[in-house]
Design a protein. Structure first.
Length: 293
């Protein structure tokens, strides 16, 4: 059964509306307008309502960069939000980047809840969790806050530094940081005979490692999956595969997991979305996940 899941515990995030290739959203006390290629339908709220609500608007200059236009110039470029569920609470720094992102993908809170609840089920005193393509570390913070011995891997030094700031903001410590190509790291861990109780993968459609290694989702995801499942602890484990690619469906993700790990139990697949208060749903990627307990 394919699931449709949306975050349930957000207080510092709200999708107000989306449409006409844009989204109107609130992070903490800051309301912004950003491009959204999935929002091909018409906006529910009027243009006047959007303009009145927004504090900041992103104006694209190219396919990969642009600038932020503030209604009030004194608005800060950086601010904090918090996230909490029944098991954990974390704090994250947001910032206005030149490529429209702010350091957080709010739909991922669905996966954060799965991470914390899975860790809490384990009998292992300090489960080992590996977060690949880890970005600014929302999932990393949740895993560490839930009590896991956590390793964070990303190929971009600046976002690993950002994630380290999130560790400090969240009152956490002892996360293992690695600026590394994810696939190369996994292969080295296999040679070392390492095992993890939890593995999180949120790979981009395209990307580069720190030494120019090329990553293309459809070319490399099968190899990655066949390798990472060998790192899973046999008795207690969970795995999350999340993809944001217009060409991928949850059926593809299911096939990837089942062919890489035929012994999989409790497999769940589906689509993540954000529910706008205006009434529409914004799809934001597909997932596959399983937990041994």
């Amino acid at each position: 059964m394919i699931q449709l899941l949306s975050p349930r515990h957000w207080k510092d995030y709200e999708l107000l509306d989306c449409g006409d290739f844009e989204k109107l959203e609130r992070f903490g006390n800051v309301v912004m307008i950003r491009p959204e290629p999935q929002a091909v339908w018409k906006k529910i709220l009027s243009e006047q309502e959007w303009k009145k609500a927004a504090h900041i608007t992103f104006r694209g200059r190219s396919a990969t960069s642009g600038e932020w236009v503030k209604k009030t110039p004194s608005l800060p470029d950086r601010w904090h939000v918090t996230y909490g569920n029944e098991d954990v609470s974390i704090k994250l720094r947001l910032a206005l980047t030149s490529f429209k992102h702010v350091g957080l993908f709010p739909e991922q809170a669905v996966n954060w809840d799965y991470i914390s609840s899975s860790i809490k089920k384990f009998r292992t005193p300090q489960p080992k969790v590996l977060n690949l393509f880890a970005y600014t570390g929302g999932a990393t913070m949740v895993a560490r806050a839930a009590g896991a011995d956590t390793t964070h891997v990303d190929s971009i030094r600046q976002v690993v530094t950002w994630a380290n700031e999130n560790q400090e903001l969240s009152g956490l410590k002892d996360i293992r940081w690695l600026v590394e190509d994810a696939l190369k790291f996994v292969k080295r861990e296999l040679k070392r005979g390492k095992k993890y109780n939890g593995i999180i993968l949120d790979p981009p459609a395209y990307g580069h490692g720190p030494n120019g290694e090329k990553w293309k989702l459809e070319d490399h995801i099968q190899e990655m999956m066949q390798d990472v499942v060998q790192l899973l602890d046999e008795k207690e484990h969970f795995l999350i595969l999340n993809t944001y690619s217009l060409g991928f469906s949850s059926v593809i993700v299911e096939n990837l997991i089942r062919t890489s790990f035929p012994a999989v139990k409790n497999l769940e697949t589906g689509e993540l979305f954000l529910q706008a208060t205006s009434g529409v749903k914004l799809p934001l990627g597909v997932f596959g996940k399983f937990c041994s307990v």
